[in-house]
Write a protein that binds this ligand. Structure first.
Ligand SMILES: [Zn+2]
Length: 541
């Protein structure tokens, strides 16, 4: 009897089965698809089922095997794997929606004007601004807080510099954090004093005292801000981001937004080195959309505010070599915690002393070549003898090509000849054979295309300088694309799930209005993202 049924099934299959096509959720064909697989292959079509690519190939191959209610004839449009920002701050971007936007202010007067306009409209308990940069002003020096004291005698005002490493605060804010001139919390160089008073500028740890005092948005507000920030990411083709350093509460909020289906963006969330985080995450955590596998540490500050820790004094301030923000014993302790939990460490290092010291402290754990994928973030100024140490200890360079063109007009003033080892993306990439790219938004725009352009041409959006800035460290378009897709995924141990258009991986992809691998240099910054898909689902732009 069983045998007869089997024969019957075979007969029915012969009649219909061979010609029946498998039904899938989405079919994309007649496209110009960069898979970014090992061979950098091009294909024309793919089929998506249950959120994953189940087959990629030619249009003829895919259409002969599959059918779907959603079949998209792309008519030659270009498709890439979804972009991944390997170092950014999604939750900060979200929070910034509640701050005065000071980006691009061309004078301190303009900063004050923007604050006044905001204050007229919102009347908040604290006035918080973000994004001023004295390097864009005619007189590029740090401001003092006199005007803010007069204008806002009773409202605390904290205005963060573009890099977040420096703030200007008024007397009302200083009073509310109860900071006195001889306060033990003030580390050397972090709170300049003039005529026996704070100037209002505070750097690094001292700036954090103020940042931590700013009233937090409510959970409901914060959720809204995160969803807004994710939308901003989709506009630029991002399907994944690495959020560089979060408290437990933020990670739990992201997880809950994923679980409730409100948030689609994939997030590689790095841990702030808090007891609470170490207590909670004793080993890496992975859901379909959330990776927790990395501890974020800081070794120094930023170049713009002379907080980057340099081996020798600054060219424009011979009295300072910048700031080491985490003491060696504390740093070692955090590394041990991460190592024991089987996690990566990613350390913010801008200056050459910070890079050197971090490699030194990493070497205790890494010993030699390894696959632990510990990372150095930014690596802006690297001493010539330290490049090969990236290879020696298999340290992943994670850089922001856009920083090079943002800093190019003043970086030489700060560090002089040392710029020859600066923004060395290609040299760093050569050491380990790959590199990860991010934008560090909201310090920069969430614009992956401009980042790609800066990586390849080393020019700003006015196409300056003519020949490009330190172009020996420009990378090819192919490597730039890898650094924002498959290598960014690899930098968080996610390369088996995403980062390329290959069978079995999540169907995360982006449709652009042009082929950025082929169009003329001047057409790249004009590129528009037409559609973005995460797990085969179209995001609202
Ligand atoms: Zn950052």
């Amino acid at each position: 009897m069983k045998k007869n049924i089997f024969l019957l099934i075979c007969f029915v299959m012969l009649l219909f089965g061979c010609n029946a096509k498998e039904n899938v959720d989405l079919l994309v064909y007649n496209a110009n698809i960069y898979t970014v697989d090992k061979n950098f292959s091009m294909v024309e079509a793919f089929a998506v089922k249950d959120g994953r690519f189940i087959e990629v190939g030619t249009t003829a191959q895919i259409l002969s095997k599959y059918s779907s209610d959603t079949e998209l004839d792309m008519k030659g449009t270009t498709i890439f794997p979804g972009f991944h920002d390997a170092h950014c701050h999604l939750t900060s971007l979200g929070k910034n929606f509640s701050f005065v936007n000071l980006r691009g202010s061309t004078s301190y007067d303009e900063v004050l004007e923007r604050v006044a306009t905001y204050n007229d409209t919102y009347k908040t308990e604290w006035i918080v601004g973000m994004g001023w940069d004295q390097n864009l002003w005619q007189n590029p020096i740090f401001p003092t807080n006199e005007e803010l004291n007069i204008l806002y005698p009773n409202t605390p005002v904290v205005l963060k510099r573009i890099d977040g490493h420096a703030i200007i605060a008024n007397e009302a804010a200083i009073k509310s954090v109860n900071l006195k001139l001889n306060d033990a919390r003030i580390l050397k160089g972090e709170a300049p004093i003039k005529n026996g008073k704070f100037t209002g500028i505070f750097l690094e740890n001292c700036a954090d005292i103020f940042k931590n005092a700013i009233p937090e948005p409510t959970d409901e507000e914060m959720k809204e801000y995160i969803l807004e920030a994710a939308k901003e990411c989709y506009k630029y083709g991002l399907t994944s981001v690495s959020d560089a350093g979060l408290p437990l509460s933020a990670i739990q909020m992201l997880d809950s937004l994923h679980k409730s289906g409100h948030l689609s963006l994939r997030i590689d969330a790095w841990l702030e080195p808090s007891d609470e985080n170490f207590e909670h995450f004793k080993s890496p955590f992975r859901s379909d959309r959330l990776t927790v596998n990395c501890v974020k540490l800081y070794m120094d500050g930023a170049l713009g505010s002379r907080g980057a820790w340099m081996l020798h004094p600054y060219n424009d301030d011979s009295l300072t070599t910048g700031i080491q923000v985490t003491a060696n014993d504390k740093f070692h302790y955090f590394c041990q915690k991460a190592y024991d939990a089987g996690m990566q460490v990613a350390t913010h290092c801008i200056g050459d002393a910070a890079v050197k010291n971090t490699i030194n402290l990493y070497s205790f754990f890494l010993k030699g070549e390894n696959d632990l994928r510990w990372r150095i973030e930014h690596a802006q100024i690297v001493a010539s003898e330290d490049f090969e140490n990236f290879k020696k200890y298999s340290i992943i360079p994670s850089v922001q090509p856009i920083h090079a063109v943002s800093d190019m007009n003043w970086a030489a003033v700060r560090v002089g000849d040392r710029l020859s080892g600066g923004y060395s993306n290609k040299e760093l990439m050569k050491q380990v054979g790959w590199i990860a790219f991010g934008t560090d938004f909201p310090i920069e725009d969430v614009n992956t295309i401009n980042n790609f352009f800066a990586a390849v041409y080393r020019k700003n959006l006015d196409f300056q300088p003519d020949g490009g800035f330190l172009t020996e460290n420009a990378v090819s378009r192919e490597d730039a694309l890898r650094a924002m897709t498959i290598w960014a995924a690899k930098a968080s141990f996610d390369e088996n799930y995403k980062g390329s258009i290959e069978q079995g991986k999540w169907a995360d992809f982006v449709v652009l209005d042009r082929d950025i691998m082929k169009v003329d240099e001047k057409d790249i910054p004009e590129t528009k993202v037409i559609e973005v898909y995460i797990a085969g689902e179209k995001m609202k732009l």
